[in-house]
Ligand binder design. Structure first.
Ligand SMILES: [Zn+2]
Ligand SMILES: [Zn+2]
Length: 169
């Protein structure tokens, strides 16, 4: 996820480079990230525009089973140098912006990590109709009925059951 941009920083505004990204990033570097990124020299630094897909793992919010999912996002971030490539003078990149290191490395890892967090759904489901776990014994109801969920059938309760289901989501 590290790109040496020394050459690009010496080029005029509007100069571009394209890179293919295929590697590990994310929290603890555990996500496989694939994509393309275009780096463009701006008057202040380098604009990175990319399109990525990332394999994420998590737990089903209803039954806690492991869920694997592919998410994708478009990134657009400007990176600011801490050293002027020509004069060697120290620059003050804006705080809270991504910096290009003093040896002219543009590291996408932190930006990608943040985009992964922003793009990952807060609630993952192992399947759209996951029945969840039994509130009494904790059995995964997808594996079979444990017997606790059987209740007398009475159409007057249907609305309530529906509400219950919805609130469980
Ligand atoms: Zn589930
Ligand atoms: Zn049960």
């Amino acid at each position: 996820m590290q790109i040496n941009v020394a050459q690009l920083l010496k080029e005029p505004v509007g100069a571009k480079r394209n890179y293919e990204i295929d590697g590990l990033a994310g929290e603890n570097g555990e996500n496989h990230v694939k994509g393309n990124i275009e780096l463009m020299r701006t008057s202040r630094g380098i604009l990175a525009e990319g399109r990525f897909s990332v394999d994420i793992k998590g737990s089903c919010s209803r039954c806690l089973a492991e869920v694997k999912k592919r998410i994708s996002f478009i990134m657009e971030e400007e990176f600011f140098p801490v050293i002027d490539i020509v004069s060697g003078a120290h620059l003050n990149p804006p705080p809270d912006e991504f910096a290009i290191t003093d040896n002219h490395i543009l590291d996408l890892s932190e930006a990608i990590r943040q985009y992964i967090i922003m793009t990952t759904p807060t609630r993952l489901l192992c399947r759209p109709d996951c029945p969840g776990i039994c509130p009494i014994c904790g059995q995964e109801l997808a594996r079979g009925d444990c017997g606790h969920s059987s209740r007398p059938r009475d159409s007057r309760w249907d609305k309530l059951t529906q509400l219950e289901k919805e609130s469980k989501i």
